[in-house]
Ligand binder design. Sequence first.
Ligand SMILES: NC(=O)c1ccc[n+]([C@@H]2O[C@H](COP(=O)([O-])OP(=O)(O)OC[C@H]3O[C@@H](n4cnc5c(N)ncnc54)[C@H](O)[C@@H]3O)[C@@H](O)[C@H]2O)c1
Ligand SMILES: [Fe+2]
Length: 435
Amino acid sequence: MSCCHYYEFTEQGDRVFSVDIAAIKFGPGSLQEVGSDAVELGLKRVGIFTDPVLADFPYLDTVQTALRQANVDFETYTEVHIEPTDQSFQHASQFATEGKFDGFISLGGGSVIDTCKAANLYSTHPAEFETYVNAPLGDGKPVPGRLKPHIACPTTSGTGSECTGIAVFDYLKLKVKTGIASRALRPTKAVIDPTSTYTLPANVVAASGFDVLSHALESYTAIPYTQRSKPASPALRPMSQGANPYSDVGCEKALDLTGRYLVRATQNSDDHEARDNMMFAATLAGIAFGNSGVHIPHGMAYSVAGLVKDYQPQGYPDDEPICPHGISVIVNAPSAFRFTAEACPDRHRRGAELLGSDHLDVPDSDTGEVLAQRLIEMMHTTAMPNGVGGVGYDNTDISDLVEGAYAQQRLLQQSPREVSKESLAHMYSGAMNYW
Ligand SMILES: NC(=O)c1ccc[n+]([C@@H]2O[C@H](COP(=O)([O-])OP(=O)(O)OC[C@H]3O[C@@H](n4cnc5c(N)ncnc54)[C@H](O)[C@@H]3O)[C@@H](O)[C@H]2O)c1
Ligand SMILES: [Fe+2]
């Protein structure tokens, strides 16, 4: 493309990118309209998914009232597991199968939306659990057809799962996180009401906000789509296509918004301007990375979360150790961006600038450090753990962490720099403590 030298065409590289997005409704009060959205999609009997904590907040009542007013029959599943597992996905799938629904509504954070995607998948196209799980951990078989309509209503400003075709879970027997990825999983419609984030605990705002930030930074610095080989046929073009001119627009805006509002949204639940803007940033970053993909910080996060020892952060269920997704990602990010900067220093400099760094007048060789320092400053201010060491790991854990991360080839291949086991070990070592 002549307008953008970053995307240079080559003989072998792809020249086409596609933008697949869910229909989106955004704004305060949109949740009250969900009955009419269900009717528009022709739904008569809906399975609602939420988690046990959210079930006690007024949002579920809002959804149920809207459905009653629209004469849509429903049943509600409130047992979604926070940071879902293969077992919890299967439990939810059983509810979806037995309920004989013609569509679904998810009301919650990424844990709820991802669970609903899996329940929709296994109840619509029943199969052994491994069938659709990403290879090499699962069989990685394609989803054979469309799923039932799914209206996703996020209540965290984080994952962007309402816009992606990904469902993430903890594979208990392998002690690692992985996922199911298919365009078929993308919700039919996202109904995004930012007022539902006003009750989020500070630590959840911070963790899910850093997930947004890292989605945007990773997509922005991912391998350009023109450097990925042309697919053998259009149907084989991957969902994670690499950075492209469309995802860049969403990433830049999401970085600008997280730079301005993440700290404010965390520090004051009455700062509605900040919380609303973080919700919009989450949506923009979700659309972007849903088409371009993320890379090293997320790849490293899957073993940080999967091998968790005794970490129990505030604001999350306290019945078992848990490393929330956004935390498991951001503890790696400064170290990972120090590593990737040499592949595309201008994008790392621009990322730091959008996040509000004042130290931009540096040689290319220092852009990774400048970006890392801005991230560390934001992490420190929002009381995030001090690196991988802050969630309970030490240098003796590095080889196990590397094994889990190295298995996430789908993500690591999106990195702008080739990733080996040695480089992962170096990055985990650099991520152990930041201050
Ligand atoms: N599918 C994707 O594209 C994608 C992308 C990133 C992350 N994820 C996955 O999403 C999950 C994390 O999701 P998350 O960060 O949105 O958090 P979450 O869904 O795990 O929820 C975190 C906590 O916040 C509570 N909560 C949610 N909304 C609330 C509200 N409005 N008020 C008060 N409490 C509320 C929940 O009950 C829970 O205790 C992880 O499993 C992660 O791997 C998926
Ligand atoms: Fe994420």
